[in-house]
Design a protein around this ligand. Structure first.
Ligand SMILES: [Zn+2]
Ligand SMILES: [Zn+2]
Length: 228
């Protein structure tokens, strides 16, 4: 597969990893025909250091992820869960989460050492003919965000409109949450259209490492609003 063109192979602690935080494959998403080989080939071609496979119904096994990872490219198994408050990406769980109520999923993820990313939180909200509808956050979701039960917000998703992504950026900035970007590609050609830069470390990157890295970024943001 060769070296990615943008590989920066200097000191691992000072470099960043370019990660498309939201891709699908046929291994875990019925609406994607992308094979693992196509996924990895497309991702490496566009210079990514890794992808989060945020699958709709199963989490890649560790062995599957290792098989398609290389010394300079990592597959991070994840899940995109349809909760009662929208789609949420989970990173750091070995099994597909059991809960669909977001408060319960947050506890399940926390106990597993995983992190939650609100995926495309405004998708479709501007389509109802009420411009102000896009600015509303469900009161429960607001409490969950303020309590720090999700750590990151997807601010760039190539399946969203500019207005939807803009609203997500505003929310991430207001809530002091980690902004992440992903393509939401269901076909190989879409992979790598958006990515997130995550500081590398000396540790070998895997899903637990990525969850810890995002949690660390969240905790280092200068302020958070308390839940009371
Ligand atoms: Zn989604
Ligand atoms: Zn998706």
């Amino acid at each position: 597969m060769g070296e990615p063109p943008n590989s920066n192979d200097a000191d691992p602690v000072s470099r960043t990893l370019r990660i498309d935080f939201h891709v699908h494959s046929r291994l875990g998403s019925a609406d994607s025909g992308t094979t693992p080989e196509q996924l990895v080939d497309a991702a490496i071609r566009c210079g990514l250091d890794g992808v989060v496979v945020a699958e709709h119904y199963r989490v890649w096994a560790e062995g599957e992820a290792e098989r398609f990872s290389t010394a300079s490219f990592t597959v991070f198994p994840g899940a995109e869960v349809t909760t009662d408050l929208g789609h949420v990406i989970v990173v750091g769980m070995k099994e597909y989460p059991r809960h669909r109520r977001l408060e319960d999923l947050a506890i399940e993820a926390r106990d597993a050492g995983a992190i939650l990313v609100l995926a495309h939180p405004f998708r479709g909200l501007f389509d109802v003919g009420l411009p102000e509808a896009g600015n509303t956050i469900h009161p429960r979701l607001r409490r969950i965000i303020e309590a720090g039960q999700v750590h990151a917000i997807e601010v760039e998703n190539n399946g969203c409109t500019d207005s939807e992504n803009h609203a997500a950026r505003s929310l991430a900035a207001l809530a002091a949450h980690v902004p992440v970007a992903g393509s939401d590609a269901h076909v190989p050609a879409g992979i790598g259209r958006s990515w997130t830069s995550i500081p590398a470390s000396a540790a070998t990157p895997d899903s637990r490492w990525l969850a810890g890295a995002v949690r660390g970024l969240y905790e280092r943001t200068p302020w958070h609003r308390g839940s009371r």
